[in-house]
Design a protein around this ligand. Structure first.
Ligand code: 2P0
Length: 343
């Protein structure tokens, strides 16, 4: 952070998170309150990260936003996140009216494909709110503000294994994320990111889940019956570092999420034939091993996240290489990386 007069500059970096019990559907669109709890792993920022620099422009009220080198319109959610941070700073008395009413230049970039089902909005909003938090000196948990930018982003506020509670309040104030376990709890766990497609998805998550809530019968069963138990089972599997249980729960949850997409009318397809091939490759491999050794998970895109233990990374990379001819694989660890200010 540098200060010159009232002009200040803050840069933050944020990690992506991958859900192993997935969020899909809201009870409140404006406040972004989810229909069910979700559980995720925060990744290291080495391969996937968002970075945001914010400068205050004292003599202006203008807010400009640039993403990956292109000037973008300020979305409703972006304006709202800024507004909420400004209100919180004034409430906490950590920034003067002069500081919070100054114009802002926001410059963000992702070191990976944006809007391709690689959790770019999660890292992006977590990063934006983190930068505003530092800019305005806001204290305490900001996950409820981050949530109102993009739901899954509130899980990127914490490192390690994270659970986002749907909460019970109508104002959404108890719909917050918390860390279940730090990354050090399960250091052998690795995530391989297999980029199948870097195309921008056709159906945004926000629109997709709206249509699913409106039309899918399966979603009701999932959120009311399946997910509450699955969250408890997942927490226990992680607590015991029970990889086969963790793997089965992860794969089943990914499959059921995509089943609710198919149950949406008209249906939504995020997986393509390569995704399906990777999925079956995992099942074949696990069958050969006699126990679940690798697990797949797919978000709102065709790209695969593969979970395995450190010792199996070379063999699984070999399999992918033999089948797809890809060479550059690295297993990212779960990370305790927290939002931080970069100097
Ligand atoms: C998740 N996804 O739990 C699930 C799995 C995609 C599939 O959260 O409308 O970008 O901004 O709250 O957070 C993607 O949804 O949607 C998502 P909004 P978001 O990670």
């Amino acid at each position: 952070e540098t200060s010159s007069g009232l002009g200040r500059v803050v840069t933050c970096v944020a990690p992506v998170n991958i859900a192993v019990v997935k969020y899909w559907g809201k009870t409140n669109e404006d406040l972004i309150i989810p229909l069910n709890d979700s559980i995720s792993l925060t990744l290291s920022t080495e391969h996937l990260r968002a970075r945001t620099t914010i400068k205050t422009i004292p003599q202006s009220n203008d807010i400009t936003f640039e993403l990956n080198g292109v000037t973008e319109k300020l979305t409703k959610r972006l304006s709202r996140a800024i507004q909420l941070c400004r209100e919180e700073a004034v409430r906490q008395n950590t920034a003067t009216q002069e500081v919070v009413s100054a114009g802002l230049t926001i410059i963000s970039d992702n070191n990976f494909p944006t809007a391709a089902g690689l959790a770019s909005s999660a890292a992006g909003f977590a990063c934006l709110v983190c930068a505003l938090q530092h800019l305005y000196g806001i204290q305490g948990d900001v996950s409820a503000i981050v949530r109102q930018g993009s739901g899954s982003a509130c899980r990127s506020v914490f490192g390690g294994f994270v659970r986002w509670a749907k909460g019970h309040r109508e104002d959404g104030n108890d719909s917050i994320a918390r860390q279940l376990f730090p990354a050090s709890h399960w250091p052998e766990l690795r995530v391989l990111i297999v980029v199948v497609s870097d195309h921008k998805k056709e159906t945004s998550s926000t629109k997709g889940m709206q249509t699913t809530v409106e039309t899918s019968d399966l979603l009701k069963f999932r959120t009311e019956v399946v997910v509450p138990k699955r969250c408890e089972d997942m927490e226990r599997a992680i607590e015991k570092r029970d990889f086969p249980s963790f793997a089965e729960l992860t794969m089943r949850d990914s499959n059921q999420f995509h089943a609710t997409c198919l149950d949406t009318y008209p249906p939504i397809f995020y997986l393509n034939s390569t995704s399906q091939e990777i999925l079956m490759l995992c099942h074949d491999y696990n069958q050969k091993k006699g126990a679940a050794t690798v697990a797949y998970s797919f978000d709102a895109g065709a790209n695969a996240f593969l979970f395995t233990l450190n010792k199996s990374v070379p063999e699984i990379c070999g399999l992918l290489q033999a089948r797809f001819g890809v060479t550059d694989f690295k297993g990212d660890p779960v990370s305790d990386f927290c939002l931080h200010e970069e100097h």
